[in-house]
Design a protein around this ligand. Structure first.
Ligand code: PHE
Length: 346
């Protein structure tokens, strides 16, 4: 039996060494390792041998099988390499062709804009702080001078959490603006503070081309001795010029937010018509970009800042609005519907 196996080994290897094409490799495999090959027959017949002989023959046959399989794999490598070399030689395979480019991810347009905005403010000395998206009524409204049942709450359509406290109230919500971070930051620090807060906010609103239930805002505020409305104006006008271009004009008009006094809205002159009036600015020549004002003394008092010593300004703006204006995007829903045809343009 052993000598028979050795004979088989010698024959198989000498045949294998002369093979140079995949087809012959396959027929070699069938004749030496296939179901009907002598080796397989021997392995199958082992059970009929007397015990002594079975052990030695079994070990030798299995060793041979492993050896032949390994030799086959090595030969396959050699044949494959030779095939490739041949293909290159006859010009069927051009290894100098450029490879397929890997698709690279990129930052979402809202993220890009937010970083750009934060970059402008950090260059002016503001620090970036983030805060929770699930917020207490206290920070989102109460501490911002918007008491329970005050009609100003209607300015923010709110999504309330199911959580109930012992009194049966539902004081937890998804923040409707980034302004609660004014309170959280001031509670924990003494002036001077100069902080901006980028982040997600939520509104209970039916979505359409100009409304989303989730969007981004950037909040900013500064508190110190002697901060005036002129500081607010200078900071925001400079911001508008850096984001929208040097030649932009900016305008303040009175507006109402319960946590500032006086309150303003800021607009820039329309960059499509340069103020002449067009569709983008609904013929007004101006585009509103943010709300702002001097922090209300009541708000300062609540965080133990003495309003007779300290004053401050605050502003808040939507993020998506900036690329919407800049690129003439006509539907805010495009930002969050994961359509790569849209996203790849930025
Ligand atoms: N939080 C306000 C809003 O979302 C914007 C704002 C911020 C206004 C800070 C004044 C000062 O509508």
């Amino acid at each position: 039996m052993i000598s028979k196996l050795e004979e088989l080994r010698a024959k198989a290897i000498s045949e294998l060494d002369s093979i140079s094409d995949p087809k012959s490799l396959e027929s070699w495999r069938i004749s030496y390792l296939g179901r009907k090959s002598p080796l397989t027959q021997i392995l199958r017949g082992l059970a009929t041998l007397p015990l002594e002989e079975r052990r030695a023959a079994g070990a030798a046959a299995n060793e041979l099988k492993e050896f032949l399989e390994k030799s086959l794999a090595q030969r396959e490598e050699i044949v494959k390499e030779a095939e490739i070399a041949k293909a290159i030689e006859v010009g069927r395979l051009d290894v100098t062709l450029p490879g397929r480019p890997a698709t690279l991810g990129r930052l979402h347009p809202a993220t890009q804009t937010m970083r750009q905005m934060c970059g402008i403010f950090t260059a002016m000395g503001f620090e970036v702080v983030e805060g929770p998206e699930v917020e207490w009524d206290y920070y989102n409204f109460e501490a911002l001078n918007i008491p329970q049942d005050h009609p100003a709450r209607d300015m923010w359509a709110t999504m309330w959490m199911d959580y109930q406290n012992e009194k049966g109230e539902r004081p937890m919500l998804l923040r409707t603006h980034t302004s609660p971070m004014q309170i959280r930051v001031m509670e924990n620090r003494r002036p001077p503070v100069r902080v901006i807060v980028p982040g997600k906010v939520y509104r209970y609103e039916a979505t359409d081309a100009t409304h989303e239930s989730m969007f981004y805002q950037v909040e900013g505020f500064a508190v110190d001795k002697n901060i005036t409305m002129a500081d607010l104006k200078g900071t925001l006008f400079e911001f508008a010029r850096r984001l929208f271009g040097k030649e932009r004009k900016a305008r303040f008009r009175c507006d109402y937010f319960p946590f500032v006094e006086p309150g303003v809205e800021m607009a820039i002159d329309c960059f499509v018509c340069n103020g002449a009036g067009c569709q983008l600015c609904s013929n007004s020549g101006w585009i509103e970009i943010l709300g702002a004002g001097m922090i209300h003394p009541e708000v300062l008092r609540r965080v133990n800042y003495d309003p007779d010593i300290y004053t401050g300004f605050a502003f808040g703006m939507g993020v998506e609005r900036m690329p919407i204006l800049k690129y003439g995007i006509d539907d805010i829903r495009l930002f969050y519907s994961n359509d790569l045809r849209f996203l790849r343009q930025f």
